[in-house]
Write a new protein. Structure first.
Lengths: 251, 251
């Protein structure tokens, strides 16, 4: 039967060149999935199914629940597909759920929101066991100042200053409806929820908020950065390993 | 000044050939520490200080708090040594504490007890982010049966049946005073406390308890295994990645 297979995928992005195929980076999450699916679907040599992800994660970024879908001809059940994929995918990619979706479901076009989480480590000791899933910083940034700065980012704005691609032709207007900044012992966790995010946007937001947290920038400066519509005004791009896609919303 | 430097070390053992120097395994935790310490102490080329560990952990086994010591001539403070080691050691080895101990302190001879923890994963999904620090099993073993079996192990016994080295000439009598088996959602955690443990002993104990948990062995069988004084009577050696040295006791 022709199925629209919806997948919920968890991955440790450490050793991958991101979600999406890259001509110069052989190993991507999408590529790995397509490789295993091609075998599962017994496609002719060289043919791979197209796996549509809800979004692209950068090299080194992780996902707790990425949503993806693909159309395929198969007689397998959802449970059989789940078991097959988990068996043949490497240890750092896990499929948590397989569902047959309606033929029109599209993981990217139907996504209405996304949640990302960014974790930084401010402890004295080295985060030996957590090291691949957070970013180590020097000293503890002031979360009060960062929350003040984050308030300017909430709402619908042109986030061009927070987009890695300066030549972006499509609209850079996005809606961010929630930013929370929580301290849990040695970890500070930033959570972002919004309709969608531009290339590197969460990482540039975190890099900018950290500038404020370390006192190198005033909270009010964030409003001016938004208005400047110029990437050079914002802070640095925070490293990828602290970032995790937590989930994707659908209506 | 001549110092007896006491270190508390945390490590992810995944890519190491265990704690102790092995002629055929180039990378060990002890070796890495000695390499960095030799540079810190500016010893002549080819000379390394002897780092004494509380015990040996096998290849792939982790430590939350290994204790070690070394005698060295240095003018550095405890804080300077801590900072130096954490800077030059790789990401998967962290030093949490440095203290100048009395000249007679010996990390191995003075150790009066050790705590080990072994974690198994019984969840349906793949433990993508935790995969290096636990062992995946098929299905959930019966913890009630395992606790019954564990009760036979408590006390001072000849644990020869649970020792990897059949030619062990020294005494194989050891005291285990506590074994706890806890369930935390998808994880079952075994904690062992005792005066000392033989080679692979915790892993063979876990391998045997799992046989009981899966119903392939009766709880009472554990008493007979102890009495047999024969490694072949016990269960298999559980894989290393689920094991972690939690701490070492000193009077």
């Amino acid at each position: 039967m022709n199925r629209n297979i919806r997948l919920t995928i968890r991955y440790d992005g450490s050793r991958y060149g991101g979600w999406e195929h890259q001509p110069d980076r052989p190993m991507t999450i999408q590529g790995k999935l397509e490789q295993v699916l091609a075998r599962m679907l017994m496609l002719p040599e060289g043919e791979v199914p197209l796996v549509i992800g809800a979004g692209r994660t950068d090299a080194g970024v992780h996902a707790l629940a990425m949503t993806a879908n693909l159309h395929a001809e198969t007689e397998m059940t959802e449970e059989e597909i789940l078991a097959y994929l988990n068996h043949y995918l490497p240890d750092d990619i896990g499929v948590d759920d397989v569902q047959f979706a309606s033929p029109r479901f599209h993981a990217r076009y139907n996504a209405t929101g996304k949640t990302y989480c960014y974790r930084i480590w401010c402890g004295d000791r080295k985060p030996v066991f957590e090291r691949k899933y957070l970013t180590v910083t020097e000293g503890r940034p002031d979360t009060g100042r960062m929350r003040q700065a984050a308030a300017y980012l909430i709402g619908t704005h042109d986030f061009r200053s927070f987009c890695a691609n300066p030549k972006m032709k499509k609209s850079t207007v996005r809606t961010v409806d929630e930013i929370t900044i929580e301290e849990e012992e040695e970890i500070i966790r930033f959570t972002f929820h919004g309709g969608g995010f531009l290339q590197n946007m969460v990482r540039i937001l975190v890099g900018t908020l950290l500038e404020v947290g370390y006192g190198r920038m005033e909270p009010e400066r964030v409003r001016e950065i938004l208005e400047a519509l110029d990437r050079r005004e914002a802070g640095p791009t925070a490293p990828p390993q602290g970032l995790m896609l937590i989930g994707v919303d659908y209506d």
